[in-house]
Design a protein around this ligand. Structure first.
Ligand SMILES: [Zn+2]
Length: 63
């Protein structure tokens, strides 16, 4: 059921990975609007990450 919330995100170091991005709720990350501080599974580090899919659209609709 959470598959609909799967999003491609990019960490501050440029790693791309897929994460569960649930609006208005966060189990494994700190919600910071369009960006989140979460663990990057690629570099195995914590970093500021932001969504990269439908970025332009998200800019208009995300709060
Ligand atoms: Zn990373």
């Amino acid at each position: 059921m959470l598959n609909r919330f799967r999003r491609t995100v990019r960490c501050s170091k440029g790693h791309l990975f897929t994460a569960t991005w649930v609006p208005y709720a966060s189990l494994t990350s700190i919600r910071l609007g369009r960006v989140r501080y979460m663990r990057c599974p690629v570099g195995k580090h914590w970093a500021i990450c932001r969504r990269v899919d439908n970025a332009d659209l998200a800019t208009l609709t995300d709060t």
